[in-house]
Design a protein around this ligand. Structure first.
Ligand SMILES: [Zn+2]
Length: 163
């Protein structure tokens, strides 16, 4: 499979003006030689970019034969992947770190929740939550009785406090 590196590199995609300008420029300033600039044995196949940065510098381009171009492609590919790798690693490390921190927190949270829940199934808070969740619904007779009793208790308490 032929990789798209060198003068036809995909890096120039999205910047066609730059691509064509540079292509014209390189053909003008660096005419195709009779032989590959690398091995000087075979006719050149394409002009390859050396740095991968596509500088407007004739020294950043070489007319290479197919096999030398392939070697150059591999080198560029390694370079490119190394760049991507290094770019991602800092971000990736941060993401992983954040993820693990989150995970540890959530584990602790889950543990706390389970501890709170265990044996405390019917805390006042829980009952209150249930009561609130049932608001708007037609209360059952049992609930009405409970509510009546709790209101009575509250009234008794209020009376006691006011004395
Ligand atoms: Zn060559």
């Amino acid at each position: 499979m032929e990789k798209n590196v060198g003068c036809k590199n995909g890096m120039w995609k999205g910047d066609n003006v730059g691509y064509y300008a540079l292509h014209i420029w390189i053909n003008k300033h660096k005419p195709k030689p009779g032989l590959c600039e690398e091995c000087k044995q075979k006719p050149p196949y394409d002009c390859a970019n050396i740095s991968g940065q596509y500088k407007r510098d004739v020294n950043d381009f070489k007319w290479l034969c197919r096999s030398c171009h392939m070697k150059s492609d591999n080198r560029l590919e390694i370079l490119r992947q190394a760049n991507i790798g290094s770019k991602h690693s800092a971000e990736h490390i941060e993401k992983v770190r954040a993820y693990h921190l989150g995970k540890i927190r959530s584990k602790e949270t889950r543990k706390n929740i389970s501890l709170k829940t265990k044996g405390l199934k019917k805390t006042k808070e829980h009952i209150e939550n249930l009561r609130l969740s049932h608001l708007g619904k037609k209360p059952s007779l049992e609930t009405l009785e409970k509510m009546r009793l709790s209101q009575q208790k509250r009234r008794e308490l209020e009376q006691r406090l006011s004395i």
